[in-house]
Write a protein that binds this ligand. Structure first.
Ligand code: PMP
Length: 405
């Protein structure tokens, strides 16, 4: 096993040298968003200094450079998640927009009265609300796969729920609230045996484990660039080409058309058909740089390092008097979720912030799963490969001090 040089990696992220409240910044809010390496920051600068143009339309040098940058990023995304081709990658603002795109196109076409959409109890609001809205429009129903007391999806219950009425299974690969790694490949296989379409929410998985959409076998996979060290405002829907070709466009406008008259419009094939208007060109290039950066380190090395980091943090936090850990599945990534007896979660968050440690306290946009454990909020430190055991020691010391107070 190669030693993982976390200090060298930290030097790639300028913001990690920041001081807050007079203390070195400890960024434990990676499930909300990640920090950006110099390679991404420089890529954005390079785009605006040397390549900035709208794409596709104009035949001049900068248009060609901008188009190349945008389409190269699409290829990078395809390679990163092992899509069959770059034509399977639709750029969107992020996971939320991606799920809404699928609900408003595939969903409008395939879901009708009496049909069922199956999600898990772990879902982020982004993978609940669009399906609820679709169900309300269509007279369909949302069904929920329960989780066990460790916060893992119960596969035998999934088998019972997914049946002749089910049109779609939409599940997260990693829970943002608990860190549970969901066996999406098994779930997708269960759905496919019943002819059910599948969407996997990869918002929390792409930065922590190697994703292979062909191995998962899902019809749609969505993720956000900002959670994998890329810019905000860019993400992707990776969809099976034959599925993308068969569904209608979402928004209408420029860039997505082959021909327009006042009587009718002929659309471009996917993915252009789903990218109406001027896209987020610079940030797509930034996302490409982020994925290249992560690929250079390697997701297998990252996953191994983070596994050790999470185990170290879990073993240190568990024995602190008054700590209740929520989410104890055998397979977890990045996230610790806990409450401290006698202390409001917001107060714990503030005490940590005073020491320079950024964590999230609240419901993490996943209220149903917290309520499953009888809670409205938890404190959630979430790690990335630039975090260290020293930072965890610092965090544990603050929690221990609070626990004594
Ligand atoms: N799904 C999960 C599991 C998430 O953690 C998040 C972000 N917290 C989203 C979806 C939504 O991502 P975004 O806000 O970037 O669209």
């Amino acid at each position: 096993r190669q030693p993982f040089d976390v200090n060298a990696i930290r030097r790639d992220f300028p913001i990690l040298s920041e001081r807050v409240n007079g203390k070195p910044l400890v960024w434990f809010d990676n499930a909300a968003t990640t920090q950006k390496p110099r390679a991404v920051i420089d890529r954005l600068g390079h785009f605006y200094e040397h390549e900035n143009s709208n794409i596709h339309r104009a035949a001049h040098t900068l248009a060609a450079r901008a188009t190349d940058a945008y389409e190269a990023a699409r290829k990078t995304v395809a390679r990163f998640v092992n899509a069959r081709s770059a034509d399977e990658v639709v750029f969107v603002r992020g996971a939320t927009e991606g799920i809404n795109l699928v609900a408003s196109t595939w969903g409008e076409q395939h879901v009708g009265a009496g049909d069922e959409i199956v999600v898990s109890h772990l879902e982020h609001h982004a993978n609940i609300v669009p399906w609820q809205q679709l169900a309300a429009r269509k007279g369909a129903q949302l069904r929920v796969i329960p989780v066990d007391d460790t916060g893992q999806v119960i596969l035998s219950e999934a088998k019972k729920l997914i049946g002749p009425k089910t049109k779609l299974l939409a599940v997260t690969q990693v829970s943002n609230a608990l860190g549970t790694v969901v066996p999406v490949q098994e779930l997708v296989a269960i759905a496919q045996r019943q002819g059910v379409a599948t969407l996997v929410d990869g918002a929390q998985s792409v930065s922590h484990l190697a994703v292979d959409v062909q191995a998962i076998g899902c019809d749609f996979f969505v993720f956000s660039g900002h959670k994998i060290f890329g810019p905000t405002g860019i993400g992707a829907v990776v969809g099976r080409k034959e599925v993308l070709d068969a569904i209608p466009p979402w928004q209408g406008g420029g860039n997505m058309i082959a021909d327009v008259t006042f009587e009718r419009t002929v659309f471009q094939p996917a993915p252009a058909k789903f990218e109406a208007g001027t896209g987020n060109i610079a940030d797509a290039a930034g996302l490409g740089a982020a994925l290249d950066y992560v690929s250079r380190i390697g997701l297998h090395a990252i996953a191994r390092y983070e596994h050790d980091l999470l185990a170290y943090a879990t073993e240190a936090l568990r024995p602190v008097p008054g700590v209740r850990l929520v989410g104890t599945a055998a397979d977890k990534a990045s996230v610790l979720s806990f409450v401290l007896a006698g202390h409001e979660t917001a107060a714990v968050g503030r005490a940590l912030a005073e020491e320079g440690i950024a964590v999230r306290s609240g419901h993490h946009c996943a209220q149903p799963i917290l309520r499953r454990f009888g809670l409205e909020a938890t404190v959630r430190p979430s790690f990335a490969f630039y975090n260290s055991c020293d930072e965890i020691d610092h965090f544990i010391a603050v929690v221990r001090r609070l626990a004594r107070a």
